[in-house]
Write a protein that binds this ligand. Structure first.
Ligand SMILES: [Ca+2]
Length: 297
């Protein structure tokens, strides 16, 4: 297992969790725009403050990204603009080819963060599935979520709000992760930059960070790289021959193997590339796998 440069977050288990940050991690928080008192709070295991508008949450034109919620306990959402991008990579795995253009025809909303334990618990009380991490921190991402669990969550969220919530399609996810870039990561090609936007190479005790602990991409989205893997809607196809070019999800026989994206905190940097794909059966429940929601506008 490759260890990220200085990004080991050491957290004790149990309700008396004690957290410490390395100097390097404190530096990453500072670069992400957090003030000293906020960094101390986060390193003491308290929830992360919201991203800094105009810094972590700035759009490419420098304007602050606005976020919204449809209810007090609902995930915070960011509007992603329509646009086109080149999906895939010629420098990655075979299933990332061929590189092809995808057109996202209209804006849609994306969860600013991975779905958190708090959001999961508020909506899924009495529901099936989901096994939040042993950390008591409600701002950490929910883990051990089956693809079917995620579907249940978006169904309930849609019913509660009267809005159309869903998972992202795989192409929407890559579009949102790239945020206008064609580099390996949203911040560039280097592992050094990855450490400013993602928790990766973590220790077993500090395996996830509160959402929003790292710098947002140009769309104002946090943790697209790292922290927990994120289920998307699509059935897995072994390459992009004949793949949808309009942002829609790949459908197939149900059940089919489902795609997840972004890499988790245990993975090596190459697994956090914007183009990297992973797949499992929809009933698989892995402790570093969660999701984020999308909303059709
Ligand atoms: Ca993630």
């Amino acid at each position: 297992m490759m260890l990220g440069a200085g990004l080991v977050l050491v957290v004790g288990l149990g309700n008396s969790a004690k957290a410490e940050c390395t100097l390097s991690q404190r530096g990453d928080f500072a670069k992400a725009g957090y003030m000293k008192a906020e960094i101390e709070a986060m390193c003491a295991g308290k929830p992360a403050a919201p991203a800094k508008a105009g810094k972590a949450g700035a759009s490419k034109d420098g304007k602050a990204v606005s976020a919204f919620r449809d209810c007090a306990d609902c995930p915070e959402m960011v509007v992603v603009p329509a646009g086109s991008f080149m999906m895939g990579s010629n420098d990655g795995d075979e299933d990332e080819k061929p590189v092809h253009q995808v057109n996202i025809p209209r804006p849609f909303a994306v969860g600013k963060y991975e779905v958190t334990r708090g959001e999961w618990g508020a909506l899924m009380e009495g529901g099936e599935g989901g096994d939040p991490s042993p950390s008591p921190d409600s701002r950490k991402p929910v883990e051990s979520v089956q693809w079917d669990d995620a579907q249940d969550f978006v169904r309930r969220l849609s019913a509660k709000t009267g809005q159309h919530y869903r998972l992202l399609s795989e192409s929407e996810w890559e579009y949102a992760a790239r945020a206008g870039t064609r580099t390996k990561y949203s911040c560039g090609d280097s592992e050094n930059c990855l450490s400013s936007v993602a928790l990766y190479g973590a220790s077993v005790l500090g395996r996830t960070a509160p959402v929003g602990s790292f710098r947002a991409n140009a769309f104002g989205l946090h943790d697209m790289h790292g922290n927990v893997d994120e289920w998307v809607q699509d059935c897995y196809a072994e390459n992009y021959v004949g793949a949808p070019a309009d942002g829609s999800a790949v459908s197939g026989r149900d059940p089919c193997d489902r795609v997840f994206r972004g890499g988790s905190s245990f993975y090596i940097p190459g697994s956090h590339r914007s183009a990297f794909r992973d797949v499992h059966t929809p009933g698989d429940r892995h402790f570093l796998r969660g999701f984020r929601v999308a909303k059709t506008l």
